[in-house]
Design a protein around this ligand. Structure first.
Ligand SMILES: Cc1cc2nc3c(=O)[nH]c(=O)nc-3n(C[C@H](O)[C@H](O)[C@H](O)COP(=O)(O)OP(=O)(O)OC[C@H]3O[C@@H](n4cnc5c(N)ncnc54)[C@H](O)[C@@H]3O)c2cc1C
Length: 606
């Protein structure tokens, strides 16, 4: 079986279930500003996006991996065969504008619906889907913070997808530490002259569109040191005349493209700005507030990269399941005449596949819940409701980014395991998912950076109030399910009660330890993040199981689909939630051994 022969089937039924019953699509569609999000429109968008994912993007996934992107002698990066046509299909369908203001050419539809579309596109072809993802992030930043003149000039064509957008943050000496940013911007009349080098810029150069709008972090001459002295600039690849036509080439040069472990189809560029005096750039908003503005883009991107964890796991799962049904190795234990002999019926292969399925559904629940909260935070008429939703998004963002990407990698690896030796052979395509997934825990802030954010900004800032508030909600559901008539839900409820208790203890320890020595919670932060992810996943599966049981009790005829939900929740409750106790123990007892000794004592003399 070759990778090209393995289809991607968008899991529309699962997506619909989560949209309707966990994320509250109907409530989101009723928010002010989403008047066009009728049930028919939602159906039509999901159906059409699924066709693009299945028929246009998925077939290009392997081609992109094999051919990669190549930098021509003319300085233009050539994308793989068929990618230009695929991009045109997105532009013609207006897909890039799905969540944006109709007054600027967007469709004015909810972020929640856009999230479902992004899930399918990232599953189909993650290396390709990065381009629309970053362009949408750039639109967010321009829309929120640029002057009306800049918006008029750039937004319509970024929203249409005629031009793409990038996020230019990283420099050789400034990766996780943005305070080390050195690129400079010097005032020059109505614009600035930008100089410096950026590395690892996704779609920083390509041949899909005639212009690329770079959003670049740089320092003004009189800027204070550190992160408080960074400003944000719009630096187009090709300058735009006041009438909107394209002018001269700007001083933005692609020096090289990186050779990478995965996402080969996505050009990752080293960009040099202003080699001949300065690239023309335009200040976004006010001086020295660049990082704050960039976070508008980064928070969007963090939830989308979290989505890549889910998407790649879904693709790996579909492929592993298809292989496990086809591959025969001996008779599965307890096999009887008439049953499939596929390895899918070996108990341990079932465990692997169930582990993938359960965690995928857990991730989908978390991500769609967060996406709905983004819509509520921006559109709800009531200020207090908006505020609560914003706090939930803030809390869930590092948990989702950290846990879903780490989990996505693990599941892509499990997909290889289901294939046995064939998983290690490139032709099956299982290995590509694992290679592609590897970047997700690194870019948009490594897992450690997400964990620092969780502890320092989300827990310590409000003394754990938001996190404990969420745990209260989960505990109430867990308590209710502990007494459920359905045995699977009873087990789920009981395990979830225990896991919530572990999370509360871990948070209490972090809050206390931070007062003694900030290094202690920092050493426990990634473990705490994992614990919070494990609990959040259990919460979503418990919710799904409860809804399914209710629908079955009401006589819903879709019994096969619905009765799998409580069982999936129980699988997770018995295989994943018990890890909460071990994670709590590591949080509470583990930091001392990381920090007690000096670097030399632990790792030897330098
Ligand atoms: C394929 C690819 C695409 C990318 N796309 C973009 C893009 O479009 N735009 C862009 O601007 N950048 C992009 N990046 C850069 C990416 O965001 C950075 O690589 C990432 O932020 C990590 O920075 P770094 O590589 O310098 O690693 P470092 O910061 O050097 O980190 C190395 C290790 O140290 C740890 N570490 C560092 N600081 C801390 C800390 N304070 N606490 C705990 N641990 C810490 C990290 O977790 C990591 O394990 C991309 C990178 C790649 C590989």
């Amino acid at each position: 079986m070759t990778a090209a022969a393995i289809p991607y089937t968008p899991p529309l039924k699962e997506i619909r279930f989560v949209l309707d019953h966990l994320a509250g699509m109907a409530e989101v569609a009723a928010l002010p500003g989403f008047e066009d999000a009728s049930p028919d429109m939602v159906d039509s968008i999901l159906g059409e996006a699924a066709k693009i994912a299945e028929n246009v993007l998925a077939p290009l996934n392997r081609i992109g991996d094999v051919q990669g992107a190549k930098l021509g002698a003319d300085g233009v990066a050539r994308t793989a065969e068929g990618w230009g046509t695929a991009w045109q299909a997105l532009v013609e369908g207006g897909w890039n504008g799905l969540p944006f203001d109709p007054a600027r050419g967007g469709m004015g539809l909810p972020n929640l619906l856009n999230t479902a579309v992004q899930e399918m596109w990232h599953s189909a072809n993650m290396a390709f889907a990065l381009c629309p993802m970053l362009t949408q992030g750039a639109v967010n930043a321009v829309q929120l913070y640029c002057s009306e003149a800049l918006k008029d000039l750039y937004l319509p064509r970024m929203i249409s997808g005629e031009w793409t957008g990038t996020m230019n943050i990283t420099e050789p000496q400034a990766g996780s530490d943005l305070a080390a940013t050195r690129s400079r911007a010097v005032p020059n009349g109505d614009h600035y002259l930008v100089t410096g080098q950026k590395i690892f810029i996704t779609y920083g150069e390509h041949d899909l569109t005639e212009n690329i709008v770079h959003l670049v972090l740089a320092r003004l001459p009189d800027a204070p040191p550190g992160v408080k002295g960074i400003s944000l600039f719009v630096v187009p690849k090709v300058l735009v005349n006041p009438d909107g036509s394209l002018g001269d080439r700007n001083q933005v040069k692609c020096v090289s493209l990186e050779h990478k472990l995965g996402i080969h189809g996505s050009p990752t560029a080293v960009l040099s700005f202003g080699d001949e005096g300065g690239a023309t750039g335009f200040l976004v908003g006010e001086p020295n507030r660049g990082l704050e503005y960039m976070f508008a883009m980064m928070n969007h991107a963090r939830l989308n990269v979290a989505m890549q964890g889910l998407s790649i796991a879904e693709r790996a799962y579909q492929q592993a399941l298809a292989y496990a049904r086809e591959r025969v190795q001996g008779k599965p234990l307890g096999w009887t005449e008439g049953q499939s002999k596929g390895i899918v019926n070996h108990p341990d292969v079932r465990r692997l596949l169930m582990g993938m399925k359960a965690r995928i559904e857990a991730m989908r629940g978390i991500l769609y819940t967060a996406a709905a909260a983004v819509d509520v935070a921006h559109h709800h008429a009531d200020e207090a409701t908006r505020g609560r939703a914003a706090l939930l998004v803030d809390l869930l963002t590092p948990i989702a980014k950290g846990w879903c990407t780490e989990t996505g990698q693990q599941l892509a690896s499990d997909g290889v395991q289901v294939h046995g030796g064939m998983g290690f052979i490139e032709e099956t395509g299982a290995a590509q998912h694992l290679r592609d997934a590897r970047i997700t825990t690194i870019y948009e802030g490594t897992t450690a950076i997400q964990a620092n954010d969780l502890i320092n900004r989300k827990l310590l800032r409000d003394g754990g109030a938001t996190a404990n508030g969420l745990l209260d909600e989960i505990a109430a559901l867990a308590g209710e399910l502990s007494g459920h008539t359905d045995e699977a839900l009873r087990v789920t409820g009981a395990e979830l009660v225990g896991a919530v208790h572990e999370a509360r203890q871990a948070i209490a320890w972090v809050l206390a330890a931070a007062k003694q020595d900030p290094r202690l919670p920092a050493a426990a932060s990634v473990t705490l993040l994992e614990l919070m992810g494990v609990v959040a996943g259990g919460w979503q599966l418990a919710r799904a199981g409860k809804v399914a049981a209710e629908k079955l009790a009401e006589g819903d005829a879709d019994t096969a689909f619905l009765s799998a939900k409580p069982l999936t929740a129980r699988f997770y409750a018995t295989h994943v939630l018990p890890k909460a106790a071990a994670l709590r123990a590591t949080v509470v007892n583990g930091s001392a051994s990381v920090m007690a000794l000096s670097e030399e004592q632990l790792f030897g003399a330098v």
